[in-house]
Write a protein that binds this ligand. Structure first.
Ligand code: COI
Length: 332
């Protein structure tokens, strides 16, 4: 049995080596390059391909992989919004993802960034660097005084809620699919509008479903939020109309913005722009604001998560190769 993996980074290699030692019967080959129509031929002769989300898995890419005899595709990440599922169906692809690799990685990152934003950490750090050691006017907002509205109560949303509750915040939640245990605690509100109207912090923990929730945070929904609210998006860039957020930051409707995902991130994040400068002027402007905390889609990026992503995706690739359906197969 042979598995071919695309986009293997140096930080993934130790986890890959662990997995290989535990599976000596499986031949594994890999490249640092991402899966594209041009690189699809590298997987020829393999039973399954393992990839992670950076580029779109378009019809063209899937067709190229299928032409090379590979129709088992295991993602090392959770998001499947960049897969052309019509094409995947047409070429009979089996697809798996890793729905739960480390909810804590993402929830913790959101919590850390929110606390830093409420503490005006960038403002204070910039002052300290200039040796301006005055207190005023850089006063902090305590997390326990906030109402935290969590949109999406899956694994990540629930860990985020626990962390915020640990700080003493009042947490409310909205989800189309309610969690039975959570329901008993009375945290759910009935509508997104109610959550927006009551929350000091609105944090998104939902997948992006193209054609369904694109730019669900926009000028209209932002207008329904409390003045001085904080918006947190560690989910998907396409959930947020960034121009509307910029306008709300300019008008001071929003106190701040935590942004780990960005609608224009493909081809921009995970690249070094330090020498030539960033072409995306809107992103450049957001990064330089003291009340905006931008990270380049790294909420997931922990040692714990990376290990799970590699191990679970390779296990699923083996299952597909054996003609089995892994528990993390994507039903589409
Ligand atoms: C995911 O798991 O879907 C993520 O957002 C992280 C990733 C793109 C590697």
């Amino acid at each position: 049995m042979k598995i071919f993996a695309y986009g293997i980074r140096d930080d993934e290699k130790p986890s890959l080596e662990d997995w290989k030692s535990a599976h000596p019967e499986v031949e594994v080959d890999y490249t640092q390059e991402l899966l594209t129509p041009e690189t699809a031929a590298l997987a020829k002769g393999s039973d399954s391909a393992v990839v992670y989300q950076q580029l779109d898995y378009s019809r063209e890419t899937l067709a190229a992989l299928a032409e090379n005899g590979v129709t088992n595709l295991s993602l090392r990440n959770v998001g499947t919004d960049n897969i052309d599922f019509d094409a995947a169906k047409a070429f009979n692809f089996n697809v798996s993802n890793v729905p739960v690799y480390s909810p804590n990685a993402i929830a913790e990152h959101a919590a850390i960034q929110v606390s830093a934003l409420l503490s005006q950490a960038k403002v204070m750090e910039n002052k300290v660097q200039k040796r301006d050691l005055r207190w005023e006017p850089t006063i902090r907002r305590e997390v326990r005084d906030q109402v935290v509205g969590v949109v999406g109560t899956g694994h990540i949303g629930r860990v985020f809620m626990q962390i915020m509750q640990g700080f003493g915040a009042k947490v409310i939640a909205y989800d189309v699919y309610r969690n039975a245990e959570l329901e008993k605690t009375g945290v759910y509100v009935d509508t997104l509008d109610e959550l927006l109207a009551q929350s000091d912090i609105v944090s998104l923990h939902i997948p992006h479903i193209p054609g369904t929730n694109d730019q669900m945070i926009n000028a209209e929904t932002i207008a329904k939020m409390k003045d001085d609210a904080v918006l947190v998006n560690v989910s998907r860039g396409l959930l947020v109309d960034t121009d509307a957020v910029v306008a709300a930051l300019d008008s001071k409707k929003l106190f701040g913005f935590v942004m780990d995902t960005y609608e224009g991130e493909v081809g921009v994040f995970n690249k070094d722009w330090s020498v030539n400068g960033l072409d995306d002027k809107r992103l450049d402007d957001l990064i330089s604001r003291e009340n905006v905390f931008v990270t380049p889609h790294t909420a997931f990026y922990t040692t714990h998560a990376v290990k799970e992503m590699v191990h679970q995706s390779f296990d699923a690739a083996v299952a597909f190769a054996k003609g089995e359906t892994p528990s993390i197969a994507v039903k589409y």
